[in-house]
Design a protein around this ligand. Structure first.
Ligand code: ZN
Ligand code: ZN
Length: 307
């Protein structure tokens, strides 16, 4: 009789979760309240977690304020935390948004800026104190006005990742080398070649070395992202395997890893496949990670809050 493979221990923490207050979750999709969301998370066996809505430019600050208010109204759980995901953006777009002449700049200003623009974060130390933000995830989300050309994009994403690693306000670097948009096959929704999906080795080893060295020097945590990376239906299998080897190298260099679902309400991972099975589940990621020597016990955790 065929022996069932031993299932890896499930992941029991999630440090990257968007609520209905995030700019990219205001679709009216279930769960429609933060209270519904946290009930589902906890029902999934996730013990330690954080709510991390987006801020790209100060235009999104009211979303974070609403998120904080909803968080404060939840039934107490010391292992639930309030945090944020901030994008690497340009000082140019922050200044443009501050001028007030742009129509509804929810995602900042994604074209027309200067190539090699000075990078910036919208979040300030005052915002962190005022909103009781316990940790800051920094993410590279868009090319910074460089041409859609493999080498230019790689250099640009590396520059942004290093900016986030060396920034004094960040704690966790979100989904390194995530990509969305250009080069996606409109029929299959897959990325098959540029910028790094045919072979992750197109990114020079020297960049990975510099990334790891900066994480070590600045005491940063590197994220293992479930939805956007490990279980993305748009990324090829070979890429995912290479990516897990990169994560194992990060771990091997002594850099802490955090786990994040990157749940957005429209993905509904906590209501559909959630933690317990299915292609988007934490179990499928746990198996993939176990193959490169990463387990739930490796993941960074915040201690419980005093409530
Ligand atoms: Zn992100
Ligand atoms: Zn996110």
């Amino acid at each position: 009789m065929k022996q069932a493979a031993t299932a890896p221990a499930p992941v029991t923490c999630d440090w990257h979760i968007h609520s209905c207050h995030s700019c990219d979750c205001k679709t009216g999709a279930y769960p429609s309240t933060m209270a519904d969301l946290v009930a589902e998370i906890e029902a999934c066996g996730v013990l330690d977690y954080g709510i991390t809505d987006h801020i790209h430019t100060p235009f999104n600050l009211p979303d974070l304020e609403a998120s904080r208010k909803a968080f404060d109204a939840l039934p107490p759980n010391p292992r639930r935390h309030f945090a944020v995901e901030v994008s690497s953006v340009s000082q140019w777009e922050i200044d443009e948004v501050a001028n007030g002449t742009r129509q509804n700049p929810v995602y900042g200003i994604r074209s027309g800026g200067p190539v090699a623009a000075e990078l910036a974060l919208a979040l300030t130390a005052d915002d962190i104190t005022r909103l009781g933000i316990e940790y800051v995830i920094g993410g590279t989300h868009w090319p910074m006005y460089v041409p859609f050309e493999r080498e230019a994009i790689i250099r640009d994403y590396h520059r942004q990742n290093i900016f986030l690693l060396t920034h004094p306000l960040t704690n966790i670097i979100a989904h390194p080398w995530w990509w969305m948009g250009h080069w996606q096959n409109p029929e299959t929704k897959m990325y098959t070649a540029e910028p790094w999906f045919d072979d992750f080795n197109v990114i020079p080893t020297s960049m990975h070395d510099e990334f790891i060295a900066a994480a070590r020097q600045y005491g940063k945590i590197v994220e293992v992202n479930n939805n956007a990376m490990l279980t993305s239906n748009s990324y090829p299998e070979k890429f995912k395997q290479q990516y897990c080897e990169f994560l194992a190298a990060v771990k091997g260099a002594g850099v802490p890893l955090s786990f994040g679902s990157d749940h957005h309400s429209q993905h509904q991972i906590y209501t559909e496949s959630a933690c317990r099975g299915g292609s988007k589940s934490f179990i499928s990621s746990a198996a993939r990670l176990a193959a490169v020597g990463i387990t739930d016990a490796d993941f960074w955790r915040l201690p419980p809050r005093k409530v």
